[in-house]
Each structure stands twice: as structure tokens, then as C-alpha cells.
Design a protein around this ligand. Structure first.
Ligand SMILES: [Mg+2]
Length: 172
């Protein structure tokens, strides 16, 4: 069954394709960022190509940003440090919205003025839609290497939802 709550509002190949002008067009004034497969390769501390520079570019454009991740404190802290991102939420339990709301408070922006960017429909996009943030999907850089069983379940149905997303986009 197709569930609109999983549906992104926008889709990009990579975070690096998102520009300050794109955010403006979305009505977004800041970014909430997933880390695994959005900023870094999953379960590593290795940035995806161009992401460190992209974060710097956003910061120079005065776009407030915060990490909202389900990962454990130490990993999130290490990634935040690597990227020079001061605001971060770990163990966010997305699709629960609490982490996104807390991050919005940190950035002092209403949640509907923030874009939640992530690579999973059933955590990142569902959380974004439930919280009222702009749901921005980025294609993952590679399939997850660890926790294959968990991700198989988490990603179940993604293909169909993304096909529907593309179909609706064509119809617009
Ligand atoms: Mg992710």
C-alpha cells in the first residue's frame, strides 16, 4: 500500500547537488542532516565525495544546519566534529519527530522552515513529514554493508515509492 507519509517532497542525487537557491525555492532556511549514506559512507567516518566542501559552502551562505542521526553518541560527535557542525542530535530514533524538533529549537527556526535531508524513506522522510519539515531525499551512495537484515526491512517498498515519486513529478 502506498503511504504518502514516506514520500519525499524533493529528490537529489547527493546532498552536494542542493544549493542555497534550491533551499530558498523550497521555503527552507536551514538544514537537518542525516549522516549515514547522506554525509558519510554508512558505518564509517569517511565523508562521501564532496560533502565536507558542501557543508562549508552552506555554512558560508549562512544556512544554519544540524545533524539529526539515529547513530550512537560517539559516532555522531565524531562526524559533527569532522564536518565542523556545532549542532547535533544523536540517538534520534527517527521516524520519531523529537530529534527534529529539538534540532529546530537549537537552530531557532520553525520546523516548517527546515529541510530534513536523508537517504531513507521510512526513517528520514517519514520523520520529516510527521514533523512538518520539508522532506528532501538523497540517493544513497551505496547499499549498506552492515546490518543487512535490518536495512532490507527498512528499505522494503522504497523502490515502488520512488517510482511513484518520479511518476508524479513527470505529471506535474
Ligand atoms: Mg542514512
Amino acid at each position: 500500500m502506498l503511504d504518502n507519509r514516506y514520500m519525499p517532497k524533493y529528490r537529489f542525487k547527493s546532498v552536494c547537488s542542493i544549493t542555497p537557491a534550491d533551499l530558498k525555492a523550497m521555503g527552507a532556511e536551514g538544514l537537518l542532516l542525516d549522516i549515514d549514506n547522506t554525509l558519510i559512507y554508512d558505518e564509517t567516518l569517511t565523508p562521501l565525495p564532496g560533502t565536507v566542501e558542501w557543508v562549508k559552502k552552506m555554512q558560508s551562505a549562512n544556512i544554519p544546519l544540524a545533524i539529526v542521526s539515529n547513530a550512537i553518541p560517539l559516532r555522531v560527535w565524531a562526524v559533527a566534529k569532522k564536518f565542523g557542525i556545532k549542532n547535533y542530535i544523536y540517538s534520534a530514533k527517527k521516524p520519531r519527530v523529537d530529534g527534529l524538533m529539538k534540532a529546530a529549537e537549537m537552530l531557532q527556526k520553525p520546523i516548517d522552515r527546515l529541510a530534513m535531508v536523508g537517504d531513507q524513506l521510512k526513517t528520514d522522510m517519514l520523520a520529516a513529514n510527521l514533523a512538518g519539515a520539508v522532506a528532501v531525499f538523497t540517493d544513497r551512495a551505496r547499499d549498506e554493508k552492515l546490518f543487512k537484515f535490518y536495512f532490507k526491512k527498512a528499505r522494503d517498498g522504497e523502490k515502488e515509492l520512488l517510482e511513484e515519486f518520479e511518476r508524479r513529478k513527470r505529471e506535474k
